[in-house]
Write a protein that binds this ligand. Structure first.
Ligand SMILES: O=C(O)C(=O)C[C@]1(C(=O)O)C=C[C@@H](O)C=C1
Length: 441
């Protein structure tokens, strides 16, 4: 009874081609004007993909899905140009033109195909938005940066599966700002083609996070697991390939969209399965002094005893409530096998700025600075609920530590209090070590 999770060649690769090649292939459909006329700015990207049916409740989806299967058979890479005329095809980072966003309806990028939880999150975050699918997280970041869309909504953590590290890392490499968050209750279903029973299933496909969230159930069922780029893509793959021994873990809306049967509902291990999504924009929210904001800060520290403890003391001493901290490897200062031999002493070596664009908002420049000793990690103090978090401090943090990205309204206090609070906090920051960091500008 196999229960291990394996990463197979992702169906998304099968469906959407191979990088730049699929980009070339997309050129043809641009000429087919099936795209709704009221969305001209996307005609180049989605000419063959929309029929204005995005809100279809799925009543006739079985026929559509089955009919499309033939399209996959002759040449998988042509699927880009022949993909469902009913669904937008995901953007990939190689397919983003430099067009400028215009128009009134907010366009919001999400990772996945139609029916992904991220699509639901995008619609929850921005009701009445035009949700734009992207094949990878990077593509969603780039779509905002290149003005293809106005916002991105991307998962950052799940109550059962934990952090989505990829997006932490991408936040550093891109220059977008967190302007809000949305939490989505994720209720997974076990889906299969019509006529397939639970006992017929040998394996199940889904996003790794979704598989992790259903670990106990899938183990009980004795199903092997294979990873896909998103849950809805798993459903699409199972449907289009008419698989009889393979199910998908995905949403009930994915079941409708791709014409699958729901074998079991609520297969996640805990009924409180919530994913937190970040709302990302090109411009930050400018914090006012009249309201406190929820803030995230990224910083790295020099190697030394208790440096992280001291850094966090800065917040503790100011009664600032931290709700999450995430430490991630610094890509340009990776751990090396040879570090084993120096008995846990400092990691030596010069960091090179290869990953981070110089123009990004401070933090990458900062992290790429040439300090010789480093812990090899950067730290994200996340969900930092700061009462009376003042503008001036935000400015200082932005200049010296990195960036403050997440801001949300909490309550109100006087400006004088805020200024005092800020000055003291910054003094502590200097005292406890942040002050020794290399300024980023
Ligand atoms: O695969 C999807 O449907 C997604 O939207 C992605 C994602 C994730 O990355 O965590 C979002 C919510 C669920 O936690 C499972 C998967």
């Amino acid at each position: 009874m196999a229960t291990a999770t394996s990463n197979i060649r992702s169906p998304s690769i099968i469906l959407f081609g191979k990088g730049t090649v699929s980009y070339q292939r997309t050129a043809a459909p641009f000429q087919i004007p099936q795209f709704p006329l009221n969305r001209p700015r996307f005609s180049a990207l989605f000419a063959s993909l929309h029929d204005g049916n995005n809100n279809d409740d799925g009543g006739n989806k079985v026929t559509k899905a089955v009919g499309l299967e033939e399209l996959f058979e002759d040449s998988p890479y042509d699927v880009v140009s022949k993909d469902s005329p009913f669904h937008p095809r995901p953007l990939s980072s190689t397919q983003l033109p430099n067009s400028v966003s215009a128009g009134s309806r907010l366009r919001v990028a999400y990772q996945g195909v139609r029916g992904a939880y991220s699509e639901a999150a995008a619609e929850k975050a921005y009701p009445n938005c035009e949700a734009v699918p992207c094949d990878q997280f990077d593509a969603a970041f780039e779509a905002v940066e290149k003005w293809i869309v106005d916002r991105a909504v991307l998962p950052i953590e799940n109550s059962l599966g934990g952090s989505i590290h990829r997006n932490y890392d991408l936040l550093l490499r891109h220059s977008l700002h967190i302007v809000g968050e949305v939490k989505l209750a994720v209720r997974h279903c076990l889906l299969a083609n019509h006529g397939v029973r639970v006992e017929d299933l040998q394996r199940v496909l889904s996003h790794p996070q979704a598989l992790a969230q259903c670990e106990n159930t899938l183990t009980k069922l004795g199903l092997s697991r294979e990873a896909t780029d998103d849950t809805a893509l798993a459903a699409k793959y199972v449907a289009f390939n008419k698989l009889k021994d393979t199910g998908a873990v995905a949403s009930s809306s994915a079941a409708k969209i791709y014409g699958l049967n729901i074998l079991a509902e609520d297969v996640q291990d805990d009924c409180d399965n919530v994913t937190r999504f970040l709302m990302l924009a090109r411009e930050p929210i400018i914090p006012g002094v009249e309201k406190p904001f929820k803030t995230s800060i990224v910083f790295s520290l020099e190697e030394g005893p208790g440096v992280l403890f001291k850094a966090l003391a800065v917040f503790a001493l100011r009664q600032i409530n931290l709700t999450k901290i995430e430490s991630r490897p610094l890509r340009n200062q990776p751990l090396r096998a040879s570090d084993d031999s120096n008995n846990g002493s400092n990691i030596h070596g010069r960091r090179e700025s290869t990953e981070c664009p110089k123009t990004s908002k401070g933090v990458c420049h900062f992290l790429a600075s040439s300090r010789e000793l480093s812990s090899g990690y950067y730290h994200v103090v996340n969900n930092l609920w700061i009462m009376n978090f003042p503008n001036i401090l935000l400015t200082i943090l932005h200049r010296r530590w990195s960036y403050c990205v997440e801001r949300k309204v909490l309550s109100v206090d006087s400006q004088a209090n805020q200024k005092a609070h800020c000055t003291a906090l910054w003094r502590d920051a200097d005292k406890y070590g942040f002050g020794s960091m290399t300024p980023c500008n």
